[in-house]
Write a protein that binds this ligand. Structure first.
Ligand code: ADP
Ligand code: MG
Length: 301
């Protein structure tokens, strides 16, 4: 049986050349770049609540980091470092090897270095804190949208919820288990988007957070929403875990955003506009009649 320290050394102690000091001391030491603000975000994933018992370790390693990268994307920040707190029922080496591979394969793709963490025995839980950098004043906050701004969505909505309902649908299950964080899009939206959020709890609910923070309303046409093939209306509007970006931008940014979509090879779809008035989402069906946005995911329910 591996000891706590042998386990950390074998699976998680990796070089972190861009940190002053990485894994192995009482704290990591970091030197943020000049002119940058630090963006910090934490996500806690619990077995039975955020992932099924017996979930594949490699996919979990990917997803745990991906959801954090998605938060950096939504701020327009470049991810740089992460810490990893793990509670494990046992030091299962096959599980650890799979988890570490899923984590580090994704970390390498985005130049993220693991700089510390905590490891203990307990019910399976994964908590990652991610640190990123964004040029001072250019972060994509939720509060910047104004009436008249266009509303945009990346990729397609509803795939992850469809994958949860139909595990046999391989393409949809991949959206659920191995989401692709839109990090490059987030960075490229600096100076273009007026507000942004990642779609983690359902499009309608997450857009609602922008509306509240920006004190604007929104008008969205359901037919214009980019939909994962086969996803139901409920899955498109209220299914969580898509990790696409929803963002607002002034109308004079349209050409720039369309060019960005081409450049990234990623669909960016204009789905509606911000409105004066209370922070409410008005959804219209194809016949112009209002549709109820439904309810998104509530982790406290
Ligand atoms: P402390 O006693 O200060 O909490 P630990 O003994 O828990 O430190 O951890 C030893 C070192 O290993 C620390 O540098 C810590 O950041 C790192 N560490 C512990 N668990 C992990 C992990 N799961 N991933 C990465 N680094 C870890
Ligand atoms: Mg510790």
């Amino acid at each position: 049986m591996l000891s706590e320290f042998a386990l950390i050394r074998k699976y998680f102690d990796r070089p972190a050349p861009s940190a002053v000091l990485g894994v192995g001391d009482d704290a990591a030491l970091l030197r943020p770049s000049a002119g940058m603000e630090l963006a910090v975000s934490t996500d806690l994933l619990l077995e039975g609540r955020h992932f099924r018992a017996g979930a594949d370790a490699h996919k979990l390693g990917h997803k745990a980091l991906a959801v954090n990268l998605s938060d950096m994307a939504a701020m327009g920040a470049a991810p740089r470092w992460a810490t990893l707190a793990l509670a494990l029922p046992a030091a299962d080496e096959a599980w650890l090897a799979g988890f570490a591979k899923g984590f580090f394969d994704l970390a390498r793709r985005f130049d993220v270095e693991l700089i510390g963490g905590d490891t203990t025995r307990g019910p399976l839980a994964v908590c990652i804190t991610i640190l990123g950098e964004v040029p001072s004043g250019l972060a994509l906050a939720r509060a910047g949208a104004a009436p008249g701004d266009d509303i945009w969505v990346s990729g397609e909505l509803g795939g992850a919820a469809l994958g949860l309902a139909q595990p046999g649908n391989a393409a949809a299950a991949k959206r659920l288990d191995e989401p692709e964080p839109r990090v490059e899009l987030g960075e490229r939206l600096r100076g273009i988007a007026s507000a942004a959020i990642d779609v983690s709890d359902g499009f309608a609910q997450d857009l609602g957070h922008i509306l509240e923070r920006s004190t604007v309303g929104a008008l969205v046409e359901y037919d214009r929403l980019p939909k994962f093939p086969g996803a139901s209306r409920e899955q498109v509007l209220a299914g969580g875990d898509d990790y696409e970006l929803a963002f607002a931008a002034r109308q004079d940014k349209r050409a720039e955003i369309e060019a960005l979509a081409t450049d990234l090879g990623l669909a960016l779809t204009r789905v509606g506009s911000m409105q004066k008035g209370e922070a409410k989402l008005q959804l219209l069906g194809g016949d112009g009649a209002p549709i109820s946005p439904g309810r998104g995911f509530d982790h406290f329910a």
